[in-house]
Design a protein around this ligand. Structure first.
Ligand SMILES: Cc1cc2nc3c(=O)[nH]c(=O)nc-3n(C[C@H](O)[C@H](O)[C@H](O)COP(=O)(O)O)c2cc1C
Length: 191
């Protein structure tokens, strides 16, 4: 059975430049053997500032129910996010906070972008948040500098260089996804 590794995109900002990066990550991850994926775009989800978590909602929106089920069946995740003011966008935090069990004991691979620092501080912050989800982060991450100039007409300016970063990152994520899938099936989670 192929691994299911959906890509969570972190922003709904108008004119978001990092969408080209998320789409490129999706295109490349799709070509990996024994992997299926999909770009999960928060513009398609009714996720705003958190009022209730999914399991607290008396009548959850069907899109939230579908999101929960999709994350439940996922074996791991790639997060593609820009850095806003040294941190992750509020949208991404809300996407992560609205469900919980679905993330537990699964691996997250991080692709972050920004200006000169390339989103490194957002990547670091995301590791703290993911620990709170009782999930794990793949040690290797991918940082894309200067997103406003890194893509032209939706394609990376230096496609070979970006792909050279992505391939070993995907290989690591797949390794953790297989290892943790096996572990979750073999050993029940301690209380
Ligand atoms: C609210 C806001 C805060 C930003 N803060 C940072 C930052 O802390 N570090 C950084 O490298 N770039 C920062 N930038 C620049 C963004 O990385 C750059 O504008 C990028 O295009 C944002 O991604 P987006 O276009 O997909 O929203 C910020 C941009 C916005 C809109």
């Amino acid at each position: 059975v192929p691994l299911y590794l959906p890509i969570l995109f972190g922003t709904v900002r108008e004119g978001r430049r990092s969408l080209a990066l998320a789409r490129y990550v999706e295109e490349r991850l799709r070509t990996r053997e024994d992997v299926t994926t999909r770009l999960v775009d928060p513009v398609d989800l009714p996720i705003e500032n958190l009022r209730l978590r999914k399991w607290e909602m008396p009548d959850p929106d069907e899109r939230i129910v579908a999101y929960s089920a999709e994350m439940e069946r996922a074996d791991g995740f790639v997060v593609v996010t820009p850095e806003y003011n040294y941190g992750i966008p509020g949208t991404l935090k809300n996407m992560l906070d609205v469900i919980f069990r679905e993330w537990n004991r699964k691996p997250f691979g991080i692709v972050a972008t920004g200006g000169i620092a390339g989103g490194a501080r957002a990547a670091d912050m995301l590791r703290q948040v993911i620990a709170g989800l009782r999930a794990v982060t793949v040690p290797r991450h991918v940082i894309v500098h200067d997103i406003e100039n890194a893509f032209v007409n939706g394609r990376p300016k230096d496609e070979a260089a970006l792909d050279a970063l992505l391939q070993p990152f995907f290989a690591d994520l797949e390794w953790y996804a297989r290892a943790l899938q096996h572990a979750r099936r073999t050993w029940p989670a301690p209380a």
